[in-house]
Design a protein around this ligand. Sequence first.
Ligand SMILES: Nc1ncnc2c1ncn2[C@@H]1O[C@H](COP(=O)(O)OP(=O)(O)O)[C@@H](O)[C@H]1O
Ligand SMILES: [Mg+2]
Length: 1032
Amino acid sequence: MSLLFDLCSECPVFMESTLTARDRVGVQDFVLLENYTSEAAFIENLRRRFGENLIYTYIGSVLVSVNPNKDLEIYSKAHMERYRGVSFYEISPHIYAVSDNTYRAMRTERRDQCILISGESGAGKTEASKKILQYYATTCPVTDHLSTLRDRLLQSNPVLEAFGNAKTLRNDNSSRFGKYMDVQFDFRGAPIGGHILNYLLEKSRVVHQNHGERNFHIFYQLLEGGEQDLLSKLGLERNAQKYQYLVKGCCPRVSSINDKNDWRTVRKALTVIGFHEDEVEDLLNIIASVLHLGNTQFGEGKNGENQITTETQLKYLSKLLGVDGAALREALTHKKITAKGEEMISPLSFEQAVAARDALAKAVYGRAFTWLVVKINQSLAFKGSSSVIGLLDIYGFEVFQHNSFEQFCINYCNEKLHQLFIELTLKSEQEEYEAEGITWEPVKYFDNKIICDLVEGKHKGLISILDEECLRPGEPSDISFLEKLEDTLGGHAHFVTHKLSNGKTRKAVSREEFKLIHYAGEVNYSVNGFLDKNKDLLYRNLKEVICQSNSQVLSQCFHREEVTDQKRPETAATQFKNSLAKLIEILMSKEPSYVRCIKPNDAKQSGRFDEALVRHQVKYLGLMENLRVRRAGFAYRRHYETFLQRYKSLCPGTWPNWQGRLADGVATLVQHLGYKPEEYKLGKTKIFIRFPKTLFSTEDSLEARRPALVLTLQTSWRGYRERAKYLRIRQAVIQSAWRGMISRQKARRRRHAVDIIRKFIKGFIYRHYERCPENEYFLDHQRFSFLMMLFRNPPKSVLDKSWPIPPPCLTEASEHLCRLCMRNMMRAYCRRIQPEWKKQMEQKVVASQIFKDQKDSYPQSVPKLFVASRLNSEEFNLKVIQTLGNDKVKYGIAVTKYDRRGYKARPRQLLLTSSFAMLVAEAKLKQRIDYATLRSISVSSLSDGFMVLHVPSEDNKQKSDVVLQCDHLIEVVTKLATMADKKIKVNMSPDSITFAVARGKEGVIDFTSGPELKVAKCKKGHLLVTAPKLNP
Ligand SMILES: Nc1ncnc2c1ncn2[C@@H]1O[C@H](COP(=O)(O)OP(=O)(O)O)[C@@H](O)[C@H]1O
Ligand SMILES: [Mg+2]
């Protein structure tokens, strides 16, 4: 890849260009910072880039992202395409580069991946995770079936945000829960399923919000967007000010949020994900019931007892929660205690009742949220093998003025994630060194295991002590918990309290606080509320009432076994600890990528870079530590090919092209550049450069060489351009001469053609005149054409009677020619005829004279050749032959003879000699008919084989007419006629033949046409022959 011209601002800024552009917009990878231990240099680099809207910067493979708080034009589909399949270093840092790299690693290495996104609230974590999801949704292959799943995956976001996000001081859309989401991909890389794990919803927000903050979005969305019918059914008014749980922060409306639109989005999303209408109804009932709970008031009754003063609320509560009103009333104002094995009911004080009410609201909301996640998971579920990319969008380190139980859990979580991060970064560094065959040099880093142990240790850990304090009999309190901590953890290097600190530091911790020295810094936690929040308990009788609910969703949230089960439920901290351990396990099994989010100011303003705030985050995200680990070995590493391609012009040995092994080329190059042995290492496929300054000096040499390079390039470019120009001109000259010649030739031909056409047209007009100069050409042309046509296509055979029509002047000549031609052809034909064939033709001519147009079967007989005889000489009876003397049998055929009386059919042979015919049965000569006496032959006009030979019968002794039937009738009759010298008359009779039986007596054969040949005697004593008609 040539990077010589990559400085132009429109084309994508390549990673390597950071080397040359370092003075302008800093470095794109922090590892290239010379002074990598300087926090100031780090922040300056961030600031410079932020000023240019370059919000992404790498630390090796970790992406640091600064929230721009404005829409940048860097998330279009075209941008996604630009990052698709492109190597990490080839293009400017982007969240899409991380997404694509992770996706490709999953596909090529077949290893599950995860992307860990961390940062303070409002730093852009959720936006980053959405960008990643969108990248996959747009760029991954998708089928029709999968597009449903993709939609659900995307639509799960607005639903979770409605129920789990809220406006805070830091972020108008702050996620108030931790989220880990698995996206599953099939073997083609198409998304096929998903699974979400949720962590630690900030339930306290349901009942209380700090000034300037809001409750969860869904409440406002329902009130703003819900149809009037729905609100009436839920007993709600379209006015957030009316609800105690929504007014604490004095902030019902936020300019950046459109609750009405969001409501529509959420309702649609619920349908897309596949929520049933009943379920949505139940869910909204729960949301409404929380608002009614907030408005439930207590007051003093007649007897001074504490009672509910808001009956309407109670009525709606019982309806919406699906529970018995009276039971709920009692549970909200009384508690059940067990003393000496006996259950007793005791009234609650005003404060206790309020606390019980709030606890119920929090529990109901919290569990409904978990139920929501379970339902979404069901709709995204895919069972089968898949590869996974996990997305962790979890709260970053939180340090407020007052930090409580929630911050404790969140910071503990970050402590764990940091531990994982350091371990895995070191591990991957180590793996790369190993793969490249470079010795690993141990890196010193702060191991925060000591703090993790301080929090989660088995008996001496903070959480264990807290749990113990919650469970112990007596009167445990937040203060007694603090004292217990001091007793157990006093002296731990990372744990300080007011009592444990010395005079100097004492001021920094108040009496109700303990301080933890986290890897990222010190945080004071106030113990107030720790015990209650950890127990997270509902009074038992309240739980009993809710467990009886007939709402589908609530009965899935509160199981009846909970009330009967004697086992104590896990405390909140332990639950969190366990789920965190599980999360770490999940993350450990995957290859991680990191996105570290930073917010540049607290005011959600664009373009403002608050250095103090950023420094704080850089510290709390452990970015300096991260950079140190990454830089402990080598600052820069590149594949040999990339390195050589960029710097080959700096060494005569490698310029313009290196022909040998890449590694040798790089070795030659760095030797020429004078790299010292400690400055670099050559691995198997990559060069490792320890200090950025080495690289920068190389880069500067490249910069210095550039003018000379440009000059060389320019010179050769100009030479090339001039030569190309010369060649173009030369070609043009030759071409124009050639074209002139061709054109002249064409013009000549055209002129000639015009001449001819003109003469032709004139001649055509004068064609009927005598020959004159005007028609001379036309007539000659006509004559010539006719004769040429005859010459080219003369008639082919004697049978071909076609002849072209001649022009008038050639009519006579044409007739002569036609005759001549025919005669010639006939002569040639006759000369070719063989004697055999001639005989055959003669017979066929006789047959034609007799039968043509007379007998139905004639046309079929024409193509069949006549044979010499139908009987072989062996078939003749010897005795009969002997009687013939000199006469020879010339033709014989088997026939059927019908008796003249009674028409009995008898087989006979009909034999023909040159002077007579005879009928023979076996050895007997039955009848001899001299041709001289044969008067005539009668046949029908149909396709039968009958013939009657008429013989004079004056002589009584002599036999009379013969009725015969045979195949090949035409052949037999033709033979007979030929032998009898054609003197015999052949009668063709259409319907009957009369013949003599004896003197004066006659017989008749009737002929009719029918489907097939049939011979029968009919009533009149005639013989009836039915014969088929072969020709119409
Ligand atoms: N990449 C970005 N481009 C534009 N605006 C962003 C970007 N990241 C975050 N923001 C803005 O910052 C706000 C807070 O971001 P968010 O991701 O919700 O923070 P977090 O999840 O870290 O609390 C968003 O609502 C959005 O207005
Ligand atoms: Mg968020």
